[in-house]
Design a protein around this ligand. Sequence first.
Ligand SMILES: [Zn+2]
Length: 467
Amino acid sequence: MRGKNSPIRHDYSSGSALPDSSRPSFQKYFWFAAGLGLPMLVVWFGTSLRDKPIETPVVAADAAPQMVSAEPAPQVMQPAAVTSALADPEPPVPAFDALKLTIKSGDTLDQLFRRNQLSVADLMTIATLDSAKEPLRMLRPGDELMIEHDEGRVMRLTRHIGIQQTLQVTRDDAGQFAASLEERPVEYRQVRRHGVITDSLFVSAAAANLSDKVIMNLAGIFAWDIDFVYDIRVGDEFYVIYEELWQDGQRVDDGEIVAAEFVNQGESFKALRYVKPDGRSDYFDDSGRSVRKAFVRAPVDFRRISSEFNPNRRHPVLNTIRAHRGVDYAAKTGTPIMAAGDGKIITRERQRGYGNVVVLQHGGNITTLYAHMNAFRRGQKVGSRIKQGQIIGYVGATGLVTGAHLHYEYRINGVHRNPRTVNLPEAEPIADAYREDFDKVTAPLLAALEDFKRLKLAESERAPTAL
Ligand SMILES: [Zn+2]
């Protein structure tokens, strides 16, 4: 059965509050971690093997993936221009002066042109060209403009827009400007990586030449089933097939993971990427079951659990015995609160005890409640349909509270259950309508994964005493 959902198998389940409870919100945590940068990640993964002393992992800043020997190295095509430039000891001198302008905060193009003695009249003409208008208006700090000029007269202006487009403005012999947008096609190449856990996931994955981005995605995909703080063990393995984005013979970015397998304590978890016809992508196992749950365990990125689910609690404000029928997640005022699952808003109001409170109705007669919000998310109302992970409000201290926290309740048929231990339903499997397409699309991914595993197995059998 997929899903190690029961808390009972964890002997630490009643211990320190943070790691166990935060496990199912791990995917969400990752989005936060991604936003906050690497240090949080390092802390997170650095504590992964609890039988070992905690070490400060060395972060491989640049996990350049070219060096894994088993990989068929991507064929790097040497662009013709480079080849001839190398062959020619003295490349031709460009006809005009070249300038690279980097936009800084507060800059206007007009100022930049004046500062560099470029013709402002040329700029005004260029800015009226259809293809150039928009790209030249939408400039952000860090953007670059390449300009060739002849004593200030603009001869050519080039600007990359994202990685896929380039704006080219050229002056013809008659002195007229012409602008065009050129597509810069991106090539997707599949890359395969295999890693064995010898340390934290982060360190082991970096050793397998996975970039931070791919590591985060990998952990995010399996976070619903594997607790990367407590569950992983030395000897666990992963196989990943992901896309690299290449352009002009250079790797420009890592793309999505298309297939992956994580073997955790002998149990194997597979994830195959499937893009639905509506363009949304999701991960399923080889039988079409979602790798996700229908609910996240904790709908907020919290600092600690300030009050557990407890039917016999003394209320901190009222000082009477009153069941605490939810979990309190302490977090800073303003921290976003996310819908735990897909649903519909059925309550969104200010109440005396709960303060600003939202209740969502989900399938299976499940409701979730989010109390003491500092503010609701704008643009939503009773009846709004909400997606899992969508922000519905912000942590606050409204109602009868002693400090900022989210009070979160999970109810099945109106009966309160402990959100931290309740068995969470799986997210929807692949829809019947997509089933045939799913099988067709994922069969080669699965085959590639199996191929890769066979290759790795053969390798390890050939070199059984690698150490
Ligand atoms: Zn509470």
